[in-house]
Design a protein around this ligand. Structure first.
Ligand code: AMP
Ligand code: MG
Length: 394
């Protein structure tokens, strides 16, 4: 049997980072920056008020309380070049440019709020409540580096430096196809021998959480020809394909039957539990990577975490490697098959990890109650309560 590590290495040797392309900001969320972004101007671009209040000369309010004449108002967005002489004040709003001649802002709370004359109750030091030009970013400064994942704050600074379009590695477009003659769409009634199709919903969400854009193709039956036509119909929009089911050792295994003869997808046994039957390769004229995951829901899920998510990271241009793990102490005795690396569903809380009841690869409810996978190495068959274990947080 092939090792988990070897299978991931083979996958990562095949998948490549997606080519960068320029997108509008609206399309940039969740993508990975493919250029260094510098600000064309200083931020803030001009000295402006940090508060609603009065622009003053600090020297004029040093002897507060004082009464001073208000010459005019300046609001945010004001485009006049304003100036004021000694002994005068300008009423100013947050974000408005500080008039020439003023060197401090007195917050309205320190005054009587007057509009013709204002009584200032407290002195303000020079520079008070003024946001200086360039305090956040200097003109020409790099604000985001290539390789940054663009989340909300990163979108904020891109827009904040005036970018409309940006060079990114896009979210990988991933098609999810489930197979199985027994599968009924949720929301329909179940006939005898049927179960509701769950893998495509689970895998689609996993793709989105991993930064991909997903097309859920829904379920096809166990006819290899129907599977192939469903696959071909979807290939045009795919950077990667995930299938579930139809790859094990039985009869009626449509994914294996359809793809094995093409010679570019390898079906093999990986020394892991759950998830032993795996397939990976490429399909179509463009050699689109395809992950043919086993159908048991927990197997499908664990296979996604171990193999598909790292591949999507590489496609996005992020550093490659296996899933991140932490160390924790098990609260229960654990068993694991010899020769296979097992991934037990568990609840991680702080430094301890508790395996959940129901470790069967069909036990989806147990999976849904877990937030971590305990990794038990191939050569280990049992672990006492209190043993230190490696854990993949989900
Ligand atoms: P297979 O890998 O096709 O042999 O399927 C293994 C087990 O997983 C069978 O019990 C299937 O009914 C179940 N299964 C396969 N695909 C799905 C799916 N999309 N949703 C829920 N269960 C599935
Ligand atoms: Mg099946």
């Amino acid at each position: 049997m092939k090792s988990v590590d070897r299978h991931l290495t083979d996958i990562l040797a095949t998948v490549q980072p997606l080519a960068p392309l320029e997108v509008d900001l609206e399309r940039a969320h969740g993508t990975v920056l493919a250029e260094d972004v510098a600000s064309p101007v200083a931020l803030p671009p001009f000295d402006n008020s940090a508060m609603d209040g009065y622009a003053v000369r600090a020297a004029d309010v040093a002897g507060a309380p004082v009464v001073l004449p208000v010459i005019e108002d300046v609001a945010a967005g004001d485009s006049e070049l304003r100036a004021m002489g000694p002994g005068m004040v300008t009423r100013i709003m947050t974000g408005a440019p500080v008039p020439a001649g003023a060197d401090a802002v007195v917050p309205v709370e320190w005054t009587d709020g007057g509009t013709v004359r204002v009584t200032v109750h407290r002195p303000a030091p020079a520079g008070n409540a003024i946001r200086r030009a360039g305090e956040d970013v200097h003109a020409g400064e790099i604000v985001l580096r290539e390789g940054s994942v663009i989340g909300p704050a990163q979108l904020g600074i891109l827009a904040g430096v005036g970018r409309r379009r940006v060079l990114v590695r896009p979210r990988p477009r991933v098609v999810v196809i489930s197979t199985g003659a027994e599968l009924a769409e949720p929301g329909t009634s179940l006939g005898h021998g049927q179960i509701w199709e769950s893998n495509s919903f689970m895998l689609a969400a996993a793709v989105q959480e991993a930064g991909g854009e997903v097309f859920r193709a829904g379920a096809v039956t166990d006819d290899p020809q129907r599977f192939l036509s469903a696959l071909e119909a979807q290939l045009v929009r795919a950077d990667a394909v995930i299938t579930s089911g139809g790859v094990s050792m039985g009869a009626y295994e449509p994914v294996k039957e359809a793809l094995a003869p093409l010679g570019k997808v390898v079906f093999e046994k990986v020394a892991m539990q759950p998830g032993m039957p795996q397939g990976f390769g490429v399909v179509g004229d463009d050699d689109v990577p395809i992950f043919t995951l086993p159908g048991n829901p927990v197997s499908s899920f664990v296979s996604f975490v171990l193999f598909v998510e790292p591949a999507l990271r590489k496609m996005r241009g992020l550093p490659e490697g296996p899933p991140r793990t932490v160390r924790a102490t098990t609260t229960a005795y654990l068993r694991s098959p010899a020769g296979k690396r097992s991934y037990l569903r568990a609840v991680l809380s702080g430094e301890t990890v508790a395996p959940v009841v129901g470790q069967g690869s069909h036990q989806l409810a147990a999976l849904a109650s877990a937030n971590a996978l305990v990794v038990v190495p191939e050569e280990v068959t049992e672990l006492p309560e209190g043993a230190e274990v490696e854990v993949i947080p989900l």
